[in-house]
Design a protein around this ligand. Structure first.
Ligand code: ADP
Ligand code: MG
Length: 290
C-alpha cells in the first residue's frame, strides 16, 4: 500500500457507511485530479525519473522539494504536456488514462524562467495565453484589467517588463497563469530568483489568491520553508533518478500567518524534511564525483 492510499483512508475515516459522491473513489477518498503511477523518464543514458508516484486531489496545493537535478522540472514538463514519460507509464486525469500530450492546454503553467516578452506591456503579457487560445484581445484585456489590483499591479498596466521590479514581473507571470483557467496549475520555482523579503511576501500573497480562487496547484521549489509554508503536502524527491522519497502531510491550520515558521510544529516538520533532503543531496554530491 502506498502512502497515498493510506492518506486517503486517513482522510475518510469511517466513510465505508456513507454514500459515495461521484467525486469520490471506491475507497471513499476524493478522486485524484491527476495521478502518475510508476512514471519513469530516460534521456539517452540519463535516467531522470524512476517509478515516480504522484497524486493530486482537487483544490490541493502540493509542494515538491528535492536536490538540484533530481528531475523536478522533468516532472513539471510531463504534467504540462511538454514531455512524454517512458512508454508504458501510467498517467490519469480525473480517473481517465491519458498521455502527457493530452494534458497540453489542460494545465496552466509557469516555467522556471520568467517568460515575459520585453516588447509587450503588463496587460498584453498577462493575456498572452488567452490570446493564443483565440480569445479576442479586448475581452482578454478586460479580464486582465479586473485582476490587476489583486496582483498588486493596479496602475502598472502600460509598463514594460524592464520598468518593473523582480517581484512585479513574477506577479505578471503568475497573473498570466491564473488567467489561463485550467484544472491544474503548475509553478516551477516561481520565487527562486527573488530576494528573501520579497519572496516571503509573495508566498503570503500566493496563499491568499489560491484560497480565494480555489485552484489545484503543484508547486516546485528547492526551499524547505517555502514548501511547508505553502503546502497541504510536501513531496521530497530522491537524488536522480527522482522518485518520491517522503510524502509529508502538513497539518498547519490555514490561513497561515508569517510567524507560523517559528512554531514548534513547523520546526518539527522542517527537521524531518531537511533530514530526508540532506540524505539525498549527499547522494547526488557523491555521484557527481566530488
Ligand atoms: N531534455 C533533456 N535532455 C537530456 N537530459 C535532460 C533533459 N532534461 C533534463 N535532463 C536531465 O535530467 C535530469 C533532471 O533534470 P531536471 O528535471 O531539470 O532537474 P531539476 O529541475 O530537479 O533540477 C538532469 O540530469 C538533466 O540534465
Ligand atoms: Mg528545475
Amino acid at each position: 500500500m502506498t502512502l497515498v492510499d493510506r492518506d486517503f483512508q486517513g482522510a475518510t475515516g469511517d466513510a465505508g457507511a456513507k454514500k459515495l459522491t461521484p467525486a469520490q473513489d471506491a475507497a471513499g477518498g476524493e478522486r485524484p485530479l491527476i495521478e502518475l503511477r510508476q512514471v519513469s523518464k530516460t534521456f539517452g543514458t540519463v535516467k531522470a525519473l524512476q517509478d515516480l508516484e504522484v497524486s493530486i486531489r482537487p483544490g490541493e496545493l502540493v509542494t515538491v522539494v528535492g536536490p538540484s537535478g533530481c528531475g523536478k522540472s522533468t516532472l513539471f514538463n510531463i504534467l504540462a504536456g511538454l514531455e512524454e514519460p517512458d512508454p508504458g507509464n501510467i498517467l490519469r486525469l480525473k480517473g481517465d488514462s491519458s498521455t502527457a500530450s493530452d494534458l497540453l492546454g489542460k494545465v496552466s503553467f509557469m516555467p522556471q524562467r520568467d517568460l515575459l516578452l520585453p516588447w509587450r506591456n503588463v496587460i498584453d503579457n498577462a493575456i498572452l495565453a488567452l490570446e493564443i487560445e483565440g480569445m479576442p484581445r479586448a475581452e482578454a484585456r478586460k479580464l486582465a484589467m479586473d485582476m490587476l489590483p489583486e496582483f498588486g499591479l493596479a496602475g502598472f498596466e502600460a509598463q514594460y517588463p524592464n520598468q518593473l521590479s523582480g517581484g512585479m514581473r513574477q506577479r505578471v507571470a503568475l497573473m498570466r497563469t491564473f488567467l489561463f483557467k485550467r484544472d491544474l496549475m503548475l509553478l516551477d520555482e516561481p520565487f527562486g530568483a527573488l530576494d528573501a523579503l520579497t519572496r516571503t511576501m509573495m508566498q503570503r500573497w500566493l496563499l491568499d489568491v489560491w484560497q480565494k480562487h480555489k485552484r489545484t496547484v503543484l508547486f516546485i521549489t528547492h526551499d524547505v520553508d517555502e514548501a511547508i509554508f505553502l503546502g497541504d503536502r510536501v513531496l521530497v524527491m530522491t537524488a536522480r533518478p527522482g522518485r518520491v522519497k517522503l510524502e509529508q502531510v502538513v497539518e498547519l491550520p490555514r490561513p497561515r500567518k508569517a510567524d507560523i515558521v517559528t512554531s514548534p510544529e513547523f520546526i518539527a516538520l522542517k527537521k524531518t524534511l531537511l533530514e530526508a533532503i540532506e540524505e539525498e543531496s549527499m547522494k547526488s554530491f557523491q555521484v557527481a564525483g566530488h
